[in-house]
Design a protein around this ligand. Sequence first.
Ligand SMILES: NC(=O)C1=CN([C@@H]2O[C@H](COP(=O)(O)OP(=O)(O)OC[C@H]3O[C@@H](n4cnc5c(N)ncnc54)[C@H](OP(=O)(O)O)[C@@H]3O)[C@@H](O)[C@H]2O)C=CC1
Ligand SMILES: CC(=O)C(=O)O
Ligand SMILES: [Mg+2]
Length: 642
Amino acid sequence: MISSIGTNFLSNSLCGFSGRLRQSHRRFSAPFVVVSAATSSNGRPEKRNVTVLAESTLKEMRDAAAPVIGESTVSGGVEDVYGEDSATEDQAMTPWSVSVASGYTLLRDPHFNKGMAFAEKERDALYLRGLLPPVVVSQDLQVKKLMHNIRQYQVPLQRYMAMMDLQERNERLFYKLLIDNVEELLPVVYTPTVGEACEKYGSILRRPQGLFISLKEKGKILEVLKNWPEKKIQVIVVTDGERILGLGDLGCQGMGIPVGKLSLYTALGGIRPSACLPVTIDVGTNNEKLLNDEFYIGLRQKRARGQEYAELLNEFMSAVKQKYGEKVLIQFEDFANHNAFDLLAKYGSTHLVFNDDIQGTASVVLAGIMAALKLVGGSLAEQKFLFLGAGEAGTGIAELIALEMSKQTDIPLEETRKNIWLVDSKGLIVRSRFETLQHFKKPWAHEHETVRNIVDAVKAIRPTVLIGSSGVGRTFTKDVVEAMASFNEKPVIFALSNPTSQSECTAEEAYKWSKGRAIYASGSPFDPVEYKGKVYVSGQANNAYIFPGLGLGLIISGAIRVHDDMLLAASEALAAEVTQENLDKGLIFPPLTNIRKISAHIAAKVAAKAYELGLATRLPQPKDLVAYAESCMYSPSYRSYR
Ligand SMILES: NC(=O)C1=CN([C@@H]2O[C@H](COP(=O)(O)OP(=O)(O)OC[C@H]3O[C@@H](n4cnc5c(N)ncnc54)[C@H](OP(=O)(O)O)[C@@H]3O)[C@@H](O)[C@H]2O)C=CC1
Ligand SMILES: CC(=O)C(=O)O
Ligand SMILES: [Mg+2]
């Protein structure tokens, strides 16, 4: 049966399509490129000219359309179709044509490709006969085979490249693999391997996976955003590559980080891959090695600073809001601290933004401390904290801990901060240094005599919790750990710096030097350690536990701003997921195998806080936020195209 349409459904099929043959079909789980119309005089497709499609095809498309988190798939209407772009940007439209992604093309579209899992009837209907070997396999068998293949690679970077190839070839299989094998594959697509990948990005890059916005695009950023094929963007992770993990300035090659973070948004937090946009802002690099590397992919110039930098960032932030609306979440990632704090302060009140290194890290570490207190005893306010590293991570964590202490005790924030001490590259931050300190260090300049190094600082401050956030490896020496163990029955030690090479101490060192008494967690994972016949399993204190659930919570509530109370809610939700069984093993973070469930709980608490604070726009509030969060999560299982 044939149906003439100009209906809402086709409207939505065409949503955001604006004349240039963009890949609007990516919004659907069925392999259709549905774009067809002659244009009217004003450049808009005329409904009467919209090509007819078989009713059955339409029904299939309707059924298969991927849910847009926080919105109904078939909501909206004709206005949505022509959207913001149509009248303004694409006056010279070419006639559209209907096509169905099939055969050879289909096998090369990572959004729809299922490889040998295409069923017999799909092979007939979609012109795949002969293009695949005769055997039909299940997605589970594909996972088994790929895991076997990936395990053959001994070099981590080869595993990373195999995973990136898979993402480019078959997106659902990539996410199925990652979700089903999260503990094994997280270190491949994320820290530590992503660090090496960024260092070598120019050499290993096959197909760009995000948007590169350089100084060359100044004045044209809105146009650049329009080149991205997806229209319904919900999360952007953006870096300028100046502080990539603890590896320093990697310039444009920092792109591996937004790409990696966003694959975690999907795998761990259930955000649709097509709703995620990785962005790298390229303003040059001060990394001489890269500037002299013939394979370097970025602008070959020193970093732009001051007004030129600020203007580019401002144009980007404005363009994003104009293009995607005010509910798109922008995660700042791996900016150097001289820009990170200012960007957060500037855009925190106008955009839905958060800084993962400052705020996400704070939330995950606070959760770990809440869980650790169940082993150590005492309240948060009774602890004394010492940080090695007083940058984004260090001061961000310090501030959230002080805030939580203040909330728990009603003691003013200025007072609770006094339980927290930080060491930077010049030594302990003390009052006599106040005038020369960067603004984010000033609240931590307490009265104390000068202390030059971390061992002496540990001995002078006698902290119960020691946190490494310096980006410098092996700085928690034997002396440091032994000093912590000399006055703490259970010294709590976090070695947050990434990748593994920058970890302040290894798990083995922490357990050995504390004679098995340390409560230890690290930013990059370590294998279990055997010490004197006992096996010690350490947790991964990484913001990856927080940002996927935080982002999901913001999206499902339609939040318009990020608030500190949401970070505290996320910490509480994460800490609540640590079981007695975990604690008995010394684990202060729950196993990553349950991360999607954990993310749903974090999302629910964050969303509840958004409603409580009046920052949520998705009304009415769903009754059961955990169930709602779970129901919104992307599933990587294949869909039937028959
Ligand atoms: N596990 C996780 O989830 C996260 C981990 N991190 C890791 O934390 C590290 C730091 O990140 P971030 O805070 O953003 O970086 P910043 O550059 O903002 O801060 C680094 C801080 O370390 C200090 N420092 C550097 N070298 C030394 C040294 N030898 N001795 C003492 N202090 C030193 C710096 O001192 P000065 O100010 O004097 O220069 C600065 O205060 C990175 O390795 C990153 O990977 C970051 C975010 C999340
Ligand atoms: C984990 C992270 O965000 C970092 O190391 O920068
Ligand atoms: Mg980071």
